[in-house]
Design a protein around this ligand. Structure first.
Ligand code: GDP
Length: 477
């Protein structure tokens, strides 16, 4: 037996997780009470579910939030009966910022979380790793999420951790300090996940508007789209396939350098129920669409396929694709430069096929399809999303020391901001180095090459903030 434990943290992580379980259940034929229609031996039910003595399938998961509302909704919601209540953990306070989630409230709840980790692991024989859902904009998802990631990597160092990280969008933003939370959490994600799938709410919001014609999408519309991608990434483990039989294979295949593990995803077809007649049926076009930025769950404001390159990518063909067709399309993708690979990376494009298409759920906005393609790519352009959407906003607020007192009141120090910001500057540089890298044995390692213009700007910013912070401390004293 082999098992994967899912960990859902904060409102976004738990709400997304709820839809993902609905997606898995629909694909396995498990109903809302955890009962299975008919067992198919080909499926690895026990990887993501525990089979209880009464035959009920219970998700192998822990959900934790610092406030009670979302957990209460899950318990009383339509899928509430499948979860084991002992693994739905909540506190009584809201953590609006990273510092409350990591330092103060997070540390208070952590013993309970740790205790549940031990219990969920008692039901396992051979844990492959952890799948984490959280939003990096919120206080719980960013702060407690970072604390849990750090502890997982200390306690279970050899196990793979795949993070599905929700990045904030201004349209759906719930508070002004999301860039601080997101940057501080990304600093931990760099070192404590093996693969991180970037789920950019802005890009998904845009897809809901432009392709699904939802004038004002809310987070639940986004979650139904995201669940299709998560389903595609986990099916090889859930359905016993040769490709990626272990979640650590994603890391081996997609992340040639440990820090550069932030994935872009694209899916196709995405067609609304009202546009059903235009749903693509041509296999080649379906796959080509998944490589187009308009179908990506990450927004690249100025994506440039010539400049931005893939270090590796994985393509899932789900549903009614014929084997000969899959090979022909794969070659067509490579030869027609639908994806531009770095010259030095040997891995390239990996293919997986499964006859079961992604299930369409009751509340899905997309029209049903008989086949779909999901692309998961390690593309250097991801650093532009971090730079434009997180780092620039962080710098503007940080240069004014705006809202920092909320963090300092929760046991945080300025050095933590500086360290995280510096790490993001080096991450950006590492991605840039990949583009200029020639084939060699050594990967980009931060700190070795000359500091370029952007980074020296960053050091100027940091020293200005640091000295004015020191001045204000001296003034208070
Ligand atoms: P936390 O509970 O303190 O971690 O706070 P949230 O998870 O609510 O984080 C706030 C951020 O997450 C905002 O950017 C929201 O737009 C986003 N968010 C909240 N809930 C969801 C959700 O269910 N799905 C998605 N995709 N984003 C969410």
């Amino acid at each position: 037996m082999k098992e994967v434990i899912t960990v859902e943290i904060g409102q976004g992580g738990i709400q997304l997780g709820n839809v993902v379980w609905e997606q898995y259940c629909a694909e396995y034929g498990i109903d809302k009470t955890g009962k299975l229609d008919s067992k198919n031996a080909e499926h690895s039910f026990n990887t993501f579910f525990v089979e209880a003595n009464n035959g009920q399938f219970v998700p192998r998961m822990i959900a934790v939030d610092l406030e009670p509302d979302v957990i209460d909704e899950i318990k009383t919601g339509s899928f509430g009966a499948i979860f084991h209540p002992a693994y739905l953990i909540s506190g009584n306070e809201n953590a609006s910022n990273y510092a409350r989630g990591y330092h103060t409230l997070g540390k208070q709840i952590f013993d309970r979380v740790n205790d549940r980790f031990h219990k969920v692991m008692d039901d396992c024989d051979n844990i492959l790793g952890f799948v984490i859902f959280h939003s990096v904009g919120g206080g719980t998802g960013s702060g407690l999420g970072s604390l849990i990631l750090e502890r997982l990597s200390v306690n279970y160092r050899k196990k793979s951790v795949i993070g599905f990280e929700i990045y904030p969008s201004s349209q759906l933003s719930t508070c002004v300090i999301e860039p601080y939370n997101a940057l501080l959490a990304t600093h931990w994600i760099i070192d404590h996940t093996n693969v991180s799938v970037v789920l950019d709410n802005q890009a998904i919001y845009n897809i809901c508007q432009s392709k699904l014609h939802i004038p004002k999408p809310d987070v639940s519309h986004l979650n139904y789209l995201i669940a299709k991608v998560i389903s595609a990434m986990t099916w090889p483990i859930r359905f016993d396939r040769e490709i990626y039989t272990d979640i650590s294979e994603y890391e081996k295949y997609l992340a040639p350098f440990p820090r550069l593990h932030f994935m872009t995803t694209g899916m196709s077809p995405i067609v609304s129920k009202t546009d059903k007649a235009t749903t693509l049926s041509d296999s080649e076009k379906i796959v080509a669409e998944s490589f187009k930025p308009a179908n990506w769950l990450v927004e690249y404001t100025k994506f440039n396929p010539e400049e931005d390159k893939y270090m590796a990518a994985s393509l899932s063909f789900r549903g009614d694709f014929r084997m000969g067709e899959v090979n022909a399309i794969t070659n067509w993708i490579k030869w027609n430069r639908k994806m531009c690979l770095v010259e030095w990376c040997p891995t390239g494009l990996r293919i997986g096929t499964i006859r079961i298409p992604a299930a369409i759920l009751e509340h899905d906005d997309i029209s049903a399809f008989t086949k779909n393609a999901i692309m998961i790519g390690n593309n250097t352009g991801i650093s532009r999303m971090f730079a434009k959407r997180i780092v620039q906003k962080f710098d503007i607020m940080f240069s004014q020391q705006a809202f920092l007192h909320w963090y300092f009141n929760e046991e945080m120090e300025i050095g933590e901001f500086m360290e995280a910001r510096e790490d993001l500057a080096f991450l950006e540089k590492d991605y840039m180095d990949v583009l200029s890298e020639q084939p060699s044995d050594e990967g980009p390692s931060h700190g070795e090459s000359d500091v370029d213009g952007d980074i020296s700007e960053f050091f100027k910013l940091i020293s200005n903030v640091y000295f004015s912070w020191r001045k204000s401390i001296l003034f208070i004293m």
